[in-house]
Design a protein around this ligand. Structure first.
Ligand code: ADP
Length: 450
């Protein structure tokens, strides 16, 4: 069953059930109240009559009293020793009628000649001390007619009330299911066409269905962005790998054609093949690092930035010599130490590859973050190219990179790492004077309002 039909059926059935239950409750309460009221009238009539009967010992007088008190459509009788001693009736329907009383009930409702009668039975003592019972039966035809009218009115009202209920349920199920149906249709179209179509959102509603539409559109946007990024990355990667592969291939063919007899050519070919393979390997590693960065969870811990920088400088000094100068203020940040180190190693590696002089590693405590700077006194980057150095595979100069073994991926990785750490990175540089890479690490894991 479709969701729309389900909602419609269930809500209609529920409302019908509620209406019927209300009708039944109203009807039975009204019926009980009416019978009780009638019964109290009859009982009161009997009590008045008994008071009068107890003041007489004449049979004629008693019969007169019964006549005065007999209901318009009913009977009054006095039963003594199990037999009717006196009886007055105003209807022929009660001939031979014997009401049956339920145990403890003050009145009984029975049918005589298919007509309803209410009967009461009150014992009393005659003036001479004899015990008798006063039976009064009164027709309930009028009451039954009223109850029948009530049943009719309730039924008509229920049927009439069902019409707007049906219409409103149809509208309700439409309101709920229309956005879902639109969403399903869009998803199907997306699946068929491979497009990233979003659903039109008419209003800025705050309900769950509008929220669902907005979430879907947001998700589609994100999937599309990731898809485009991936496409871009793949085309960049294949383009970047083509150059070293072409170089390797052409040198290998040269060796195949000319053999290894010419020592100079052989040396040049082997060196080129070795260096291009190394470059490809570095590129593959960085590409993997980029992919992994988005996979690995960030683990936040309290990190002593000063000790971390000093430790990094010490490690690099052992490998590359006395080039690193650390000037750091003491500070503690809640961050992922491994990822922050990975980011700073990229900065330090660039500084080492693109300069020959000292590399300064500074940390300054600002109000919301620790400002880490990696400064080199190398060749620098032209102003117009600065904005693009964080793009994947972007290189300032192909020649410079071939010498330094760069892949154009380092700063792109650094940018992604910074985003995951809620940190910010920046670069400034002057050609011929050097470059400074900045990293702003927030004290708390939530980031900062820079
Ligand atoms: P790569 O692996 O090629 O160095 P990066 O993404 O790390 O890739 O850097 C992008 C470009 O920015 C490189 O082409 C490089 O020329 C330039 N660059 C990065 N850092 C420096 C620096 N400290 N000094 C000079 N140029 C730099």
């Amino acid at each position: 069953m479709k969701l729309r039909t389900k909602i419609h059926t269930y809500t209609t059935a529920l409302m019908l059930l509620m209406l019927v239950c209300t009708d039944l409750a109203v009807y039975y309460v009204y019926e009980k109240m009416t019978y009780d009221r009638e019964a109290s009238h009859v009982i009161k009539r009997g009590e008045d009559l008994i008071t009068l009967l107890q003041g007489t010992d004449s049979r004629e007088e008693a019969t007169e009293m019964l006549r005065a008190y007999v209901p318009a459509d009913g009977a009054v009788s006095i039963v003594q020793q199990g037999k009717k001693s006196l009886k007055v009736q105003t209807t022929s329907d009660l001939e031979g009628f014997k009401p049956t009383f339920e145990h403890g009930a003050s009145y009984a409702i029975n049918r005589a000649d298919d007509k309803p009668f209410m009967s009461t039975n009150t014992p009393f003592i005659w003036k001479n001390g004899d015990i008798a019972e006063l039976h009064i039966s009164q027709s309930l035809e009028e009451t039954e007619r009223n109850l029948y009218m009530l049943r009719l009115v309730l039924t008509i009202v229920t049927v009439l009330a069902m019409l707007p209920i049906l219409l409103s349920n149809m509208a309700l199920s439409r309101v709920i299911t229309q956005p879902i149906e639109r969403l399903i249709a869009t998803m199907r179209r997306n699946k068929r066409s491979g497009e990233f179509e979003t659903i039109p959102l008419a209003s800025k509603g705050k309900d769950e269905l509008s929220e669902m539409g907005r979430t879907f559109n947001g998700m589609i946007g994100q999937i599309e962005e990731n898809y485009r990024k991936q496409e871009q990355f793949l085309s960049n990667a294949s383009h970047e790998l083509r150059t070293p592969l072409t170089i390797i291939e052409s040198y290998a063919s040269l060796l195949k054609r000319r053999g290894t007899s010419n020592a100079d050519i052989t040396k040049e070919a082997v060196e080129a093949i070795a260096s291009e393979s190394k470059r490809m390997k570095a590129m593959m590693e960085q590409m993997l690092a980029l992919a992994k960065n988005t996979e690995q969870a960030v683990v936040f811990n309290r990190v002593n930035i000063k000790s971390m920088l000093e430790e990094m400088a010490e490690q690099l000094t052992q490998v590359y010599g006395e080039r690193y100068v650390v000037q750091a203020e003491t500070s503690i940040c809640v961050t992922d130490e491994a990822k922050l180190k990975q980011l700073l190693f990229i900065f330090l590696d660039n500084a080492r590859r693109y300069s020959d002089d000292v590399i300064e590693l500074t940390a300054r405590c600002e109000s919301q973050y620790v400002h880490i700077m990696v400064r080199d006194y190398g060749e620098g980057i032209p102003k117009e190219m600065l904005a693009r150095v964080f793009e994947r595979f972007y290189r300032v100069s192909e020649d410079r990179n071939r010498q330094s073994g760069g892949t154009g991926l380092g700063l792109a990785i650094a940018k992604e790492l910074a985003e995951r750490l809620h940190a910010k990175i920046d670069i400034d540089s002057t050609v011929g004077q050097g470059t400074t890479l900045h990293c702003y690490v927030p004290y708390e894991r939530e980031g900062f309002d820079a």
